[in-house]
Design a protein around this ligand. Structure first.
Ligand SMILES: [Zn+2]
Length: 90
């Protein structure tokens, strides 16, 4: 395991940050403000450290504004690639 991924695991545990996968799963509730304050804070912390997730939530927000009631947008290829890289590390 690389030092970088060890470090990011440690940070995740220390801050009890959601994983990128959880961010994706929680995106809808996050934008609907259905999450409790703690979870919301953890997501915001994740966004600060993870630009691909930040871009994902921004794209999600824009799509929702453009057309309420539309299903979730297709994953941005860069974000998908980011997720794949995370999984491959394990
Ligand atoms: Zn992420």
């Amino acid at each position: 395991m690389s030092i970088k991924s060890k470090l990011s695991r440690w940070i995740d545990r220390a801050l009890r940050m959601p994983t990128c996968e959880e961010i994706e799963a929680l995106a809808y509730d996050f934008l609907e403000k259905n999450l409790d304050a703690k979870t919301e804070k953890r997501m915001l912390r994740h966004f600060k450290l993870c630009p691909p997730c930040m871009r994902f939530i921004e794209a999600y927000r824009r799509t929702r504004k453009a057309g309420r009631g539309l299903p979730a947008p297709k994953l941005d290829p860069a974000f998908q690639e980011h997720l794949m890289r995370m999984f491959r590390k394990d």
